[in-house]
Each structure stands twice: as structure tokens, then as C-alpha cells.
Design a protein around this ligand. Structure first.
Ligand code: ARG
Length: 263
């Protein structure tokens, strides 16, 4: 079914192939991951990644785009199996992933953060020792939790959920004591469905140590998001990098940024 893509002669190439500019790019993404990719109450797909995709593909490259919901844990093998052309899923660039995919230039800075219930006795990183910690499978949040577990000599109980919503739910109903996840996604929950019920763990951390503009709560890591491509997709990746630079230059990136984030 990927004949067109493979020969590069057909039209409407979507998921596979190495022809550099498809008519429509199919984007693999784990949804919902609010505010990056989620549905509005009326069922419309929206979010920071979705708006950035629109600006890059429709706005700069003049092609269509389409999001394909995919489990985050298997999203890289799925890309390499030609199920879609690229990944846009608030995905952190790291060495392990870079062995299997190529990343665009970074487009967003994020931090791993910890949230607990409002009335929790947990007030520092050390207090997480012996606790149940919820994460999304296959994420850098899961890696950070594994790191903590090691630091505590194995004395931490990790619960892995297919989607972040499962971890949030488990935090609300007491099944886990904390959730480790990307800062802005945690913030969306703290200020949304979890308002008055959950809070960030306070403290300095990786962000401050690295001299960045640190969020006002504990940060376990500093990370950058990238768009992921197959290793044979260099021409397309270069065009996307150019488009990303163009939307930063034009102010479109900032416009989208301020739609979803303050400051
Ligand atoms: N930034 C984290 C990572 O790369 C979490 C991303 C999860 N994204 C999603 N759409 N569920 O591992």
C-alpha cells in the first residue's frame, strides 16, 4: 500500500517513502496530551503541536497535514514501520531515541516535574522514597522516575500507565502518591481538572542548576522537544527545519506560544 511512497511517483503520498514533500503529511501522536494535542469539547483536534504543524505544513510548505492517534510507548517503531511520516507528540530529544530516529531542531523547552495531592505529606524529592509514583509508559517522565528509584536503592514503586490521563486519575483516587511528567502538561492538570486537589512539588532543581528561566517548582530535568523523522528522510527534515526557522522569524511561533502559555 506504500507503492506510491516508495517509488515517489504517485500523488498524495502520506505515510511512507523518501520523496521529500508529500501532498499530505501524516503525523503520529499520542492524544490527549494537553496542551500539546487534545480535543476540544466539540471534538476538534487542537493544541500547541497541532497549531505548529498547521503553521509549518499548511503555512510554510503549502501541504496538508493529518494527525494519527498512536500509543506513545510504540510510537518510534510505528514511525519506522511507515505507519505515518513523522512524530509530533511533545517528544523529548534524547540520545537513545536519536539512534532510531532523526530529530528536527528543538521547538520547545520542557522540564520533568512532580505533582502530588493538595493534602499530601510529600514536600521534597526525598519524601518520594517508598511511595507509589505514576508515569506514562515510554516517556522521559518514566526515565526520571526510574532514576529516582535507583537513587532510593529501589525503594520506589513505579506504576506505568498507557496514557498520562491514567496517571492523573490514579493520583486523584489515591492509587499513586505522585505523578512525574512534563511541566506544562502537569500545569494544565493542576490548573484544570485537578484544581484545588493537586499541587506541584516545590523546590529548585535541574532548571535552576542549568541557569535557565526556571519554573517556580521542582524540576528534575531540562528537555527539548523535537519532531521525529525516519533516518532516510533528510530532505523533508531540512525543509521542516527551514519552515520552523521561518515561523520563529515571522512571529507566528510566538503567536502560537502565547495562545497556550503565559510569559
Ligand atoms: N516529553 C515526554 C517524552 O518525550 C512525554 C511526551 C508524551 N507525549 C504525548 N503526546 N503523550 O517522553
Amino acid at each position: 500500500e506504500t507503492t506510491n511512497a516508495e517509488t515517489g511517483t504517485g500523488e498524495g503520498t502520506t505515510t511512507g517513502g523518501s520523496n521529500s514533500l508529500p501532498e499530505t503529511v501524516v503525523i503520529g501522536s499520542d492524544i490527549p496530551y494537553r496542551p500539546f494535542e487534545y480535543e476540544t469539547t466539540s471534538g476538534e483536534l487542537t493544541g500547541f503541536d497541532v497549531d505548529i504543524a498547521k503553521a509549518i505544513f499548511e503555512g510554510e510548505l503549502g501541504i496538508g497535514y493529518e494527525f494519527k492517534p498512536t500509543s506513545f510507548d510504540s510510537i518510534i517503531p510505528s514511525l519506522n514501520n511507515n505507519n505515518f511520516r513523522i512524530i509530533m507528540s511533545a517528544m523529548t530529544i534524547n540520545e537513545k531515541r536519536a539512534k532510531k530516529v532523526d530529530f528536527s531542531d528543538p521547538y520547545f523547552t520542557a522540564y520533568q516535574t512532580v505533582i502530588v495531592r493538595q493534602d499530601s505529606s510529600i514536600s521534597s524529592k526525598q519524601d518520594l522514597k517508598g511511595k507509589n509514583v505514576g508515569v506514562q509508559k515510554g516517556t522521559t517522565g518514566a526515565n526520571a522516575a526510574e532514576g529516582l528509584k535507583e537513587e532510593f536503592g529501589g525503594n520506589l514503586n513505579l506504576k506505568k500507565f498507557d496514557q498520562i490521563s491514567g496517571a492523573f486519575q490514579a493520583l486523584m483516587n489515591g492509587q499513586v502518591d505522585a505523578v512525574i511528567n512534563d511541566n506544562t502538561v502537569n500545569a494544565e492538570f493542576v490548573n484544570g481538572k485537578g484544581e484545588g486537589k493537586v499541587r506541584f512539588l516545590e523546590g529548585e532543581g535541574a532548571a535552576a542548576e542549568q541557569g535557565k528561566n526556571a519554573p517556580p517548582y521542582l524540576t528534575l530535568t531540562v528537555e527539548e522537544y523535537g519532531i521525529a523523522f525516519r533516518k532516510d528522510d533528510d530532505e523533508f527534515r531540512k525543509k521542516v527545519n527551514e519552515a520552523l526557522a521561518a515561523i520563529r522569524e515571522s512571529g507566528k511561533y510566538d503567536e502560537i506560544y502565547s495562545k497556550y502559555f503565559q510569559g
